[in-house]
Ligand binder design. Structure first.
Ligand code: PAZ
Length: 311
């Protein structure tokens, strides 16, 4: 049966064709080196309520899971395609907000060529130099590509293009879908053109369900890849059922289940026939270890097993 293009009804973002080419080149270059590549989606999508949008439906996601995981995947030797919400947490930079470095970095001179030197007390900005070095190494090696989305429509088009770019990698490609994607949207044809007026009284909006892109991703866009989705709940009593339901429906490899309040220290890796709890102890937290290091270690081993099985 012909594949239905679920993404086509969402407005295509400016620059989508160029980004598709950039992603395809990035993936092909790393594939030629025999490197595994992970697509990380990170942060929340924004859904406009008006055609000339003043108001939006947004969500809580900070992008920290995606950003910290990107660092761990790069350290583990993966190429990382980082599809993230604009201005959400960014790998290597998110621990250093401007408030931290504006008062710490000092200009220490400029050379005749115009190069500016900055100095800082390492103790005042712990980890900054190492983060900068690791970022610049990844950039120089061409193993990191960051692409931004803002709206749900941007996200869906870029996800499809990224999946098509990674498809030739077969089982060496991993999808790590940590973004918090809206389940609801207002179709363009049903949006009021102008700002919704409060003089109209209490607001009632009917939103449509966003089609689940895991289905075409697994079946059509990248059918040989290793695919991990995330499931966030606020009620711990339903999270495992919801994760299992997703695995039964989409038939991908892994769901990482997490609860809003405990997501920085506890997740459950759910597969068809296993549940693995990953917990960060207080002692580990004090040492600066982050749960994403454990998640990435665990998933890297599963990915190795998956690749052996497919080859
Ligand atoms: O972005 P963040 O670090 O604040 O939170 C991460 C997360 C909870 C968004 C992620 O772990 C997750 O579960 N994403 C999928 C959410 C969902 O659609 O169920």
């Amino acid at each position: 049966m012909a594949e239905v293009d679920l993404v086509a009804e969402f407005p295509r973002p400016a620059g989508a064709t160029r980004w598709a080419e950039v992603m395809a080149r990035f993936a092909a270059g790393l594939n030629a080196q025999g490197r595994r590549v992970v697509l990380i989606t990170s942060g929340g999508t924004k859904v406009p309520l008006e055609a000339r949008p003043v108001r939006f439906l947004d969500n809580f996601s900070s992008g920290r899971r995606g950003a910290t995981s990107a660092e761990a995947f790069l350290a583990a030797g993966y190429g990382v395609l980082f599809l993230h919400r604009a201005r959400s947490a960014f790998p290597f930079a998110h621990r250093f907000p401007p408030q931290a470095w504006l008062s710490t970095l000092r200009p220490s001179g400029a050379s005749p060529s115009g190069a500016l030197s900055l100095e800082a007390d390492e103790k005042a900005l712990p980890g900054f130099a190492s983060a900068l070095r690791r970022y610049q190494e990844a950039a120089a090696a061409g193993t990191f590509l960051a692409i931004e989305f803002t709206t749900l429509a941007d996200y869906l088009h870029l996800l499809q293009a990224a999946a098509q770019a990674l498809s030739p990698l077969g089982p060496s490609a991993m999808f790590y879908l940590a973004a918090a994607v809206s389940d609801f949207y207002v179709p363009a044809s049903e949006m009021p053109e102008h700002k919704i007026q409060s003089s109209g009284g209490p607001l009632q909006i009917t939103m449509k369900m966003v089609p689940k892109m895991l289905s075409p991703l697994v079946k059509d866009w990248a059918p040989k890849a290793f695919i991990i989705s995330f499931k966030l709940e606020t009620d711990p009593s339903i999270v495992i059922d919801r994760a299992r339901n997703a695995l039964d429906t989409y038939r991908h490899q892994v769901v990482v289940a997490n609860i809003l309040e405990s997501r920085r220290s506890f997740v459950i890796i759910v597969t068809k026939d296993s549940e693995t709890k990953l917990l960060l102890s207080e002692e580990e937290e004090e040492k600066g270890i982050e749960i994403e290091e454990k998640i990435v270690n665990d998933l890297k081993s599963r990915h190795t097993a998956f690749m052996c099985d497919k080859n």
